[in-house]
Design a protein around this ligand. Structure first.
Ligand SMILES: Cc1cc2nc3c(=O)[nH]c(=O)nc-3n(C[C@H](O)[C@H](O)[C@H](O)COP(=O)(O)OP(=O)(O)OC[C@H]3O[C@@H](n4cnc5c(N)ncnc54)[C@H](O)[C@@H]3O)c2cc1C
Length: 438
């Protein structure tokens, strides 16, 4: 009899699992249950949609025919209970679905502001397409907005609001933007771009209270008592994995759902993938959460393969990668680049990985080359992390070198010399490495 795979979630974690299962088992029955009424779309793409750079239809990663080819059932519904022993999931609209193997890929959700007034009409977040549409709709009447938080999402909202002609006051709790991932120089470049774009940037500014009239936002009050008039308050202070369903079912959870190297939860037939899966390094036991599109795809694929076959395919984390845009600057962040904690964020920000904040004794090199601002973090023999801002010609080479932990010791002393031709040296390193591994 065909095995039935049930997937909870409609993001890249669940959809890549469906692809992997179908690839491994042509006869399997695959049912995907997603609470999002808009089907499968790119969440990172929401920033470009909000900024009026792409139409809504460009958010779809698949053409409808490619989806049909996967031959699975997509149900728009919410899973409200899991019975691990009975191998069944209860749905909000009634009914129960039995499963042989289950995947939980419920993603993550924005952490709400914990200040008086947080429930007022006009307080917005950016988790999904409905939120993006809501911000666009409200921008038509709004004049001023206050954005609080850090990481990528805060800036995506800032840029989106500016594109719709809304004046923005951006609050940062500390001295600079995204201090646990960016260097001081990079933070300053981003802040300057924001100012050039007409954003009022407020360092050392805490949101203390949201002031309302007739249930609607009319102003905010900062920690020092200053009042700023506004119609909208956007909160982007971090995200949390949606673990409630798994917790209620008795699965082992900490910040995410705990999984082994095969992405199996504490129940043999239940797997977790995407943002919600808290993975463990089998050697060090170190646990990691990642809120990254490409990691969600990778985890989904591995979980799907293990579901369709036997749990023998191990998930290997690899260096984190994010190709994004910060205040209009194309930016690639690879591997270990930061340290410590960002006071503007509770938990992780979207497009973030804990592995970015665990830099050891690396040597830092910052350089300007061919329209790009480049930062390299160099360990004993290899580049362990990099940030490329602006022109992206070097980012692919750096991705490959970092992923392969390529030995760069032959050029390291020259790279570390003041005024070194960084782009040239990285380019020759990469060519040498590809020639050796061709
Ligand atoms: C605005 C924004 C910008 C981003 N920018 C970047 C970026 O620049 N780079 C990057 O790498 N990543 C970025 N991300 C993060 C990236 O999109 C996520 O890491 C990725 O989507 C996670 O995939 P997932 O499948 O785990 O969860 P999600 O894509 O969050 O999908 C979870 C799905 O589960 C559904 N669901 C939840 N609970 C239930 C339930 N009980 N029953 C049924 N369905 C349920 C939800 O409706 C949703 O469809 C961004 C995310 C957002 C929102």
């Amino acid at each position: 009899m065909a095995r039935r795979h049930l997937l909870i979630g409609g993001g890249p974690g669940a959809v890549s699992a469906a692809e992997a299962i179908r690839g491994a088992d042509a006869a399997a029955e695959i049912i995907l249950v997603s609470a999002d009424p808009h089907g499968y779309y790119s969440r990172p793409g929401l920033a470009y949609y909000l900024a009026k750079e792409i139409p809504e239809k460009r958010l779809r990663p698949f053409a409808p025919a490619e989806f049909t080819g996967l031959d699975f059932t997509w149900l728009t519904d919410r899973a409200v209970g899991i019975d691990p022993a009975g191998h069944a999931v209860t749905l909000e609209n009634g009914g129960e679905l039995a499963f042989d193997r289950l995947l939980i890929a419920t993603g993550s959700t924005a952490v709400p502001a914990r200040v008086p007034g947080a429930e007022l009409d006009g307080v917005v977040k950016l988790d999904d397409l409905d939120d993006a549409r809501d911000i666009i709709r409200r921008s038509a009447d709004a004049k001023n907005a206050v954005v609080v938080g850090g990481g990528i999402t805060a800036l995506e909202i800032v840029e989106g609001l500016r594109a719709h002609g809304v004046h923005v006051d951006y609050f940062m709790r500390q001295d600079r933007y995204w201090r646990n991932v960016l260097s001081e120089l990079e933070s300053r470049v981003v802040e300057e771009e924001l100012r050039i774009g007409g954003v009022r940037v407020h360092p050392f500014t805490e949101l203390a209270r949201i002031v309302g009239r007739d249930g609607r936002v009319v102003a905010v009050q900062t920690g020092d008592g200053t009042q700023i008039t506004c119609d909208l308050v956007a909160v982007a202070i971090g995200v949390r994995p949606r673990i409630e369903l798994a917790k209620a079912a008795g699965l082992a959870c900490e910040r995410g759902i705990l999984v082994d190297e095969y992405l199996r939860t504490s129940e043999d037939d239940i797997f977790a993938g995407g943002d919600v899966a808290e993975t463990a390094d089998p050697v060090t036991g170190r646990r990691t959460l990642e809120v990254l599109w490409h990691s969600a795809v990778h985890k989904g694929r591995i979980a799907g393969l293990n579901m369709a076959t036997q749990p023998v395919h191990a998930y290997e984390e690899g260096p984190s990668l994010n190709i994004t845009r910060l205040a209009g600057l194309n930016t690639t962040i690879i591997g270990a680049v930061g340290a410590g904690k960002d006071a503007d964020l509770e938990g992780l920000s979207r497009g973030d990985s804990q592995t970015w904040s665990e830099l050891g004794e690396a040597v830092l090199i910052e350089a300007q080359a061919d329209g790009a601002r480049i930062r390299l973090e160099i360990g004993e023999r290899a580049v362990v992390g990099a940030v490329v801002m602006g022109e992206q010609a070097l980012s692919f080479q750096l991705q490959e070198l970092i992923e392969a932990r390529a030995d760069i010791s032959s050029v390291a002393p020259r790279l570390k010399a003041p005024g070194a031709p960084v782009a040239e040296l990285i380019g020759s390193c990469w060519r040498e490495w590809t020639a050796r591994h061709a």
